[in-house]
Write a protein that binds this ligand. Structure first.
Ligand SMILES: [Zn+2]
Ligand SMILES: [Zn+2]
Length: 171
């Protein structure tokens, strides 16, 4: 299936997604730069980016330094192309759950999920699970105290992922 040339609305937050041309894979991907940071891949496009040797520089460059809106990744997303509900599916790598459209094959990844999928190949999966649990445990708020809700203080979660980037992806 050819790239979808039309602008699409983000299935997670409703903002207009922006097209980024990925020269190595020769496809356009849609990314929610003004909203939640989610990435939409037409049919089999994701397969071109989930291995660590495949370049995602353009994506990393586009998201660098941006703050993205938090969205609920448990919510059912509607495929912006087919207008039907997408289903949650384990990616098999990195212990990440992504949204898949069974009609057109499109996949939607929340902010940082692509990086986690790629990361999942480099580190022990149980290690990633442990880190995810530590991050998203219900008592995170207790651990962080007031800073959890304070927009002025840098989000520990963001810092965590930025460290991961440096350690595993950008070298
Ligand atoms: Zn979005
Ligand atoms: Zn679809």
């Amino acid at each position: 299936m050819a790239d979808n040339k039309n602008t699409i609305l983000c299935p997670a937050c409703g903002k207009e997604m922006q097209k980024i041309y990925m020269p190595e894979a020769k496809v356009n991907i849609d990314i929610c730069l003004d909203g939640c940071g989610g990435i939409f891949f037409n049919n089999r496009e994701l397969e071109k980016f989930d291995e660590t040797h495949e370049s995602v520089n353009e994506i990393l460059e586009a998201v660098k330094g941006r703050e993205f809106k938090e969205v609920d990744s448990e919510e059912t997303r509607i495929c912006p192309i087919c207008k039907i509900p997408m289903v949650k599916m384990g990616s098999g790598k990195g212990g990440v759950e992504i949204d898949v459209c069974n009609t057109c094959g499109a996949k939607f990844l929340d902010n940082l999920e692509l990086q986690l999928i790629r990361l999942g190949q480099k580190v022990d999966l149980s290690q990633v699970d442990g880190m995810m649990n530590a991050l998203f445990a219900e008592n995170l708020r207790e651990v962080l105290g007031d800073n959890a809700d304070n927009p002025a203080s840098p989000s520990p979660r963001r810092q965590f992922f930025e460290n991961l980037f440096h350690n595993y992806l950008i070298r």
